[in-house]
Design a protein. Structure first.
Length: 58
């Protein structure tokens, strides 16, 4: 089961951010990081896989 972002540690948030495509997170607070992840996930959901850099897709 995937943890909710609010329940994650800073390390888990960093990993989730990297999976979403956010490379640099050291300057972000926990709340900024959560907001950035949510926004990036929404953006990723709207982009075709090739534009996200997912070369394994279609």
């Amino acid at each position: 089961m995937k943890l909710e972002l609010q329940d994650m540690t800073m390390g888990e948030l960093t990993e989730e951010a990297h999976r979403a495509g956010i490379a640099f997170v050291a300057h972000m607070s926990v709340q900024e990081l959560i907001e950035a992840i949510e926004q990036q996930q929404e953006t990723n959901a709207l982009l075709p896989a090739r534009e996200r850099g997912d070369l394994t897709a279609g």
